[in-house]
Design a protein around this ligand. Sequence first.
Ligand SMILES: [Zn+2]
Length: 102
Amino acid sequence: MIEKCQFCTANIMANDIFIFQSTGLDHLFLIKCSRCHATLLVRVFVDPCGIVRDELPTDLSAADILTFIPADELTADDVLKAHDWLKTDPDFIDAVLERIQV
Ligand SMILES: [Zn+2]
Protein backbone atom coordinates (compact mmCIF):
# COMPACT_ATOMS: atom_id res chain seq x y z
CA MET A 1 0.00 0.00 0.00
CA ILE A 2 1.06 3.59 -0.46
CA GLU A 3 2.82 5.14 2.48
CA LYS A 4 4.23 8.36 1.00
CA CYS A 5 3.02 10.84 -1.61
CA GLN A 6 4.93 10.24 -4.83
CA PHE A 7 5.24 13.99 -5.40
CA CYS A 8 6.13 15.54 -2.04
CA THR A 9 6.79 12.45 0.16
CA ALA A 10 4.17 13.47 2.74
CA ASN A 11 2.62 10.61 4.67
CA ILE A 12 -0.65 9.40 3.15
CA MET A 13 -3.35 9.17 5.79
CA ALA A 14 -6.56 7.15 5.67
CA ASN A 15 -8.65 10.27 5.09
CA ASP A 16 -6.56 11.06 1.97
CA ILE A 17 -8.03 7.97 0.28
CA PHE A 18 -11.47 7.78 -1.34
CA ILE A 19 -12.55 4.24 -2.27
CA PHE A 20 -14.86 3.95 -5.27
CA GLN A 21 -15.06 0.19 -5.64
CA SER A 22 -13.62 -2.59 -3.57
CA THR A 23 -14.47 -6.17 -4.39
CA GLY A 24 -12.46 -9.23 -3.45
CA LEU A 25 -9.78 -8.89 -6.12
CA ASP A 26 -10.40 -5.46 -7.62
CA HIS A 27 -10.03 -2.09 -5.93
CA LEU A 28 -10.40 1.42 -7.40
CA PHE A 29 -9.57 4.43 -5.28
CA LEU A 30 -8.37 8.03 -5.35
CA ILE A 31 -5.51 9.37 -3.28
CA LYS A 32 -5.33 13.12 -2.70
CA CYS A 33 -2.27 14.31 -0.83
CA SER A 34 -3.28 16.67 1.95
CA ARG A 35 0.01 18.57 1.66
CA CYS A 36 0.58 19.15 -2.08
CA HIS A 37 -2.96 18.23 -3.28
CA ALA A 38 -1.58 15.93 -5.98
CA THR A 39 -4.24 13.41 -6.94
CA LEU A 40 -3.70 9.86 -8.10
CA LEU A 41 -6.34 7.45 -9.39
CA VAL A 42 -5.28 3.90 -8.49
CA ARG A 43 -6.63 0.51 -9.47
CA VAL A 44 -5.25 -2.66 -7.90
CA PHE A 45 -6.48 -6.00 -9.18
CA VAL A 46 -5.45 -9.61 -9.60
CA ASP A 47 -5.07 -11.18 -13.01
CA PRO A 48 -3.46 -14.48 -14.09
CA CYS A 49 0.00 -12.83 -13.99
CA GLY A 50 -0.41 -11.68 -10.38
CA ILE A 51 -1.23 -8.42 -8.62
CA VAL A 52 -1.46 -5.45 -10.98
CA ARG A 53 -1.38 -1.82 -9.88
CA ASP A 54 -2.30 0.94 -12.35
CA GLU A 55 -1.86 4.58 -11.37
CA LEU A 56 -2.94 7.72 -13.16
CA PRO A 57 -2.19 11.25 -11.96
CA THR A 58 -5.35 13.30 -12.43
CA ASP A 59 -6.88 16.67 -11.70
CA LEU A 60 -10.35 15.14 -11.39
CA SER A 61 -12.15 15.14 -8.05
CA ALA A 62 -13.80 12.09 -6.52
CA ALA A 63 -17.18 13.54 -7.56
CA ASP A 64 -15.95 13.91 -11.15
CA ILE A 65 -14.78 10.31 -11.25
CA LEU A 66 -18.05 9.02 -9.81
CA THR A 67 -19.84 10.39 -12.87
CA PHE A 68 -17.82 7.96 -15.02
CA ILE A 69 -18.62 4.89 -12.96
CA PRO A 70 -21.89 3.40 -14.18
CA ALA A 71 -24.40 2.43 -11.53
CA ASP A 72 -26.10 -0.29 -13.55
CA GLU A 73 -25.40 -2.18 -16.74
CA LEU A 74 -27.23 -1.12 -19.87
CA THR A 75 -30.14 -3.41 -20.68
CA ALA A 76 -32.07 -4.12 -23.86
CA ASP A 77 -34.99 -2.14 -22.37
CA ASP A 78 -32.70 0.89 -21.98
CA VAL A 79 -31.78 0.67 -25.66
CA LEU A 80 -35.44 0.40 -26.69
CA LYS A 81 -36.35 3.41 -24.53
CA ALA A 82 -33.55 5.44 -26.11
CA HIS A 83 -34.74 4.37 -29.56
CA ASP A 84 -38.32 5.46 -28.78
CA TRP A 85 -37.05 8.72 -27.31
CA LEU A 86 -34.97 9.36 -30.43
CA LYS A 87 -37.99 8.70 -32.71
CA THR A 88 -40.45 10.86 -30.78
CA ASP A 89 -38.42 13.72 -29.32
CA PRO A 90 -37.03 16.20 -31.84
CA ASP A 91 -34.89 17.74 -29.09
CA PHE A 92 -33.17 14.43 -28.26
CA ILE A 93 -29.67 15.51 -29.26
CA ASP A 94 -29.97 18.82 -27.38
CA ALA A 95 -31.19 16.96 -24.27
CA VAL A 96 -28.27 14.52 -24.43
CA LEU A 97 -25.74 17.29 -24.92
CA GLU A 98 -27.26 19.21 -22.00
CA ARG A 99 -26.94 16.15 -19.71
CA ILE A 100 -23.28 15.49 -20.49
CA GLN A 101 -22.07 19.07 -20.20
CA VAL A 102 -20.60 19.89 -16.82
ZN1 LIG B 1 2.05 15.31 -1.84
